[in-house]
Design a protein around this ligand. Structure first.
Ligand SMILES: Cc1cc2nc3c(=O)[nH]c(=O)nc-3n(C[C@H](O)[C@H](O)[C@H](O)COP(=O)(O)O)c2cc1C
Length: 222
């Protein structure tokens, strides 16, 4: 059984394009593999708390020396990390906001990228002391933007702070494989946008079929 974690980061619960991409992916996946387990984290319903001075102090105190109050402060982070650890595949439905990620998603990242839980820190490693603890996960980024041309070499290729940020974070989330599908032109509401929506929805369904087929093939060969 594969465990998937779907994270919705759009503040919109109605009319959201990233949620539509997620719904299409999920429906196709479930049609092919109904026995897999899905966990859901909707950041619009409940944004994770921002980290704070006491959170940082608690996270950097060795687990066996934490006070009860510090344990309580980290409880939310523990829950979010447990969902991440359990996931084989992370389906991240994420809009571009102000050229980067929505703040609720950034709060999620700050809660899950945590010393001793998702990464280790050791100065004997020299200039790159951080190493991930997790491994082998697949990240699927289903995104949408109002403007267009954010791919490398595109007219706004230098303005994208969303995908490059997620790509950098892959290391700390234990991501071994990733896929990106994105709708563009949402603010233009023209035929380019319509074509982009159609294409991305088809790609979402196609990706779900491809990944489920390869999992079934692996299971047959095992
Ligand atoms: C607060 C906010 C900020 C946005 N910033 C950008 C931006 O910087 N660049 C861009 O291309 N689109 C931007 N957009 C447009 C969204 O990326 C686009 O509407 C997307 O479809 C939103 O995702 P959703 O449909 O899942 O809600 C912004 C939208 C909102 C609401």
């Amino acid at each position: 059984m594969t465990t998937l974690l779907r994270i919705d980061a759009s503040a919109r619960r109605t009319g959201s394009l990233t949620r539509q991409l997620g719904d299409r992916f999920e429906a196709e996946w479930k049609r092919e593999r109904s026995g897999d387990h899905w966990n859901y984290r909707d950041l619009a319903l409940q944004a994770p708390s921002h980290i704070s001075e006491d959170w940082i102090a608690a996270a950097f105190t060795p687990a066996d020396r934490r006070t009860a109050r510090q344990e309580t402060r980290l409880a939310e982070s523990d829950r979010l990390i447990a969902e991440l650890v359990a996931a084989d595949i992370i389906v991240l439905c994420v809009p571009m906001y102000n050229y980067g990620m929505p703040s609720a998603l950034k709060a999620w990242v700050d809660n899950v990228v945590r010393i001793g839980r998702t990464f280790s820190f050791d100065l004997s490693r020299g200039d790159f002391p951080l190493e991930p603890i997790l491994s082998g996960k697949t990240l699927i980024v289903l995104s949408s933007s109002g403007e267009f041309g954010f791919d490398k070499g595109g007219v706004r290729g230098e303005m994208d702070q969303l995908v490059p940020h997620l790509m950098t974070l892959r290391h700390y989330l234990g991501i071994a494989e990733h896929h990106l599908i994105r709708i563009e032109y949402q603010e233009f509401k023209d035929e380019r946008h319509a074509a982009s929506v159609t294409k991305s929805l088809e790609e979402s369904a196609g990706l779900a079929r491809k990944l489920t087929a390869s999992l079934s093939q692996e299971a047959a060969m095992a």
